[in-house]
Design a protein around this ligand. Sequence first.
Ligand code: PLP
Length: 462
Amino acid sequence: MAATESGKPTESDLTRWDRDHAWHPFSQMQEYLQFPPLHIASGEGCWLTDTRGRRYLDATASIWTNTHGHNDPDLNAAITEQLGKVAHSTLLGLSHPVGAELAHKLADITPGDLTRTFFSDTGANAVEIALKLSLQYWQLKGAPEKNRVIGLRDAYHGDTVAAMAVGDSRTFHRRFRPWFFPTIKSPRPECEEWAGTVHHADDRWALHILRKLLEKQADKVAAFILEPSVMGAAGMRLQPPGFLARAAALCREHDVHLILDEVFTGFGRTGPMLVCGEEGVTPDFLCLAKGLSGGYLPLAATLVREPIYEAFLGPFESFRAFFHGHTFTGNPLGAAVSLANIRKLEPMIASGALSAKGEYFGRRIADRFQDHPQVASIRQRGLCAAIDLVEDNRTGTSFPVPERFGLRVARQARDHGLLLRPIHDTLLLVPPLSISGEEIDLLTERTLEALNQTLAARHAPV
Ligand SMILES: Cc1ncc(COP(=O)(O)O)c(C=O)c1O
């Protein structure tokens, strides 16, 4: 029961309910429960406010989704307008205007003959759909033996079973490995880049192995799946410019589908609207989510090349149809906000404003962190960056795992009004694309302060 007369829950109600009934994603709950919970009540621009009125700069863009900030008037208006019409109507056997308009818009902003959109609701589902479409396509073409998938080492494509199988996130997914379908892992390329300078890049080994795998097994391989440019969950692992085009050429040469997972990189995160468009590569399947709806609502899309779509056509009794769908596939509120998001992004990208902001972000990170004794390496492209922390960067000694150093820095950052979500001891900085120059300064300063205070507390006498 709510404790106040107004019927509104109090702070302690919320804390108790969260503690007693919630189970948070990607969280060791025993660890989570050691700290007072933070209940986010509202947002404005790049800032989130908790139920006690404390403001935090959202340096994770609410898990890499937010483009134009929270509570954006244009995106809000798109949802409100659609809400006044209909909140949800299915795409199973029906259409709706915003769904058709968004599918048309996506065909417009994507390269080549990526003309068909299959909607869903999460990045993992967008990937599952691409995989199933690829497998079914080869069956329909009389080549059912083409049923293996090549993925990159350290890749992350989501947490559903097929998405886990084609990924390589050992900490997150190893317990489920016995249920994965057979996949092949190929090494990822190397690239250290920040503030617009490539410090080290090498994709020769990655391309050599991919070529060898394709030469030997292409007749058994349905698809190669790749997060182009930046592998976010691997800790912002970058790929050298041109790697995507070289890998795409190998896939084409060996008649293997290319599935691009731009769930993270899409919609301006690295500067351009889409990496594939920027690099002039038309994949067979393109997976989109996160920034598609500006970080507002769960909407995802799998774009498919027209000849692949055509292979599924036939009389009903041929059973060539793609029997797949989710209840909220292509939800109209999500479609409406996605359209508004893309329209608002287009001039930011065309004017060069977004890439200039990414360059400034890179310079500020370099200024603050590149000479820090606990920083082993930095990777940055556009508005995403990773800072690897170590106990001593001369020896490369890591912090002891139980110390949870990265998490401690993030907890310290909260006291500085900053929300971070590191992966192990790698700090990830992924702000909303609407972040201002002053907010970038604040973000980098506060991160540095949190790091230094965490180090000082570590060395303080007990
Ligand atoms: C590249 C990539 N693909 C897929 C996913 C999964 O997306 P979702 O969490 O919406 O299922 C993520 C999530 O971080 C991702 O970064």
